[in-house]
Design a protein around this ligand. Structure first.
Ligand code: ADP
Ligand code: TYD
Length: 203
């Protein structure tokens, strides 16, 4: 099974993924956890663009979008496809839905979708659905530096873009909405409830 987890910055995605991994392992799945941007050489290029410390070089948004796509091809070849061939359950923290939601702030939605057409569709898209105010509150509370997209007005637009891209893909894959507003201790229960239909019939 191939699962992509998406959500705006501060949605609690990483925390949710830890709980999802624990849940899937309890179901007997061999979980392969991975993320974009990757820790491969291509991921380092992307991260260089994202840190605001680099602001002396003007950011070309098409170049950033292509770098995310290049990192994604590398990710599929080096990590995701091999793990799926080994029958592992792959969870990726962000995938091409991130590119569409974030890069289409600055470049055309259709163009971003086009340069990501190579990306295998996941079986399940998990969207960590959080109130933008709550995400911003977490980001200001827990982080001492801000990245490119970590601003309220941008996150509001990214949230709208996510809903648009999800609507577009909703009939092509299974979409699971997890509640990102919950307390950490409540997340596991939400996962159990929403993933139960996917395991119905399995032990
Ligand atoms: P993301 O990966 O979406 O940026 P994280 O999971 O890293 O988010 O969470 C950002 C911060 O918010 C972390 O410091 C984390 O401990 C805190 N946090 C995450 N989820 C919750 C939650 N459900 N309730 C309260 N705080 C949370
Ligand atoms: P990430 O490391 O997941 O940040 P966080 O832990 O804060 O969620 O991602 C870094 C940033 O990169 C995040 O702001 C989202 C952005 N991003 C894109 O703009 N496009 C993409 O295709 C991906 C994968 C990430």
């Amino acid at each position: 099974m191939f699962i992509a987890v998406e959500g705006i910055d501060g949605s609690g995605k990483s925390t949710t993924i830890k709980e999802l991994k624990r849940f899937l392992e309890a179901k007997g799945e061999a979980v392969y956890l991975t993320a974009e941007p990757t820790s491969l050489a291509t991921g380092r290029i992307v991260r260089n663009f994202l840190g605001e410390t680099n602001s002396d070089t003007p950011l070309i948004h098409e170049m950033l979008a292509l770098s995310f796509a290049a990192d994604r091809i590398n990710h599929l070849r080096e990590e995701i496809w091999p793990a799926l061939r080994k029958k592992q359950t792959v969870i990726t923290d962000r995938y091409f839905f991130s590119s569409i939601a974030y890069q289409s702030l600055n470049v055309s939605y259709e163009w971003v979708k086009g340069i990501n057409r190579f990306a295998t569709l996941p079986d399940v898209l998990v969207f960590v659905d959080v109130k933008v105010d709550k995400a911003v509150e977490r980001l200001t509370k827990f982080r001492d530096s801000t990245e490119l997209y970590e601003k309220k007005e941008l996150l509001q637009q990214i949230d709208r873009n996510y809903r648009e891209v999800i609507k577009e893909f909703e009939d092509k894959l299974k979409v699971v909405y997890l509640d990102g507003n919950l307390e950490i201790s409540e997340i596991y229960g939400d996962i159990e409830k929403k993933f139960a239909p996917l395991f119905a019939g399995k032990k």
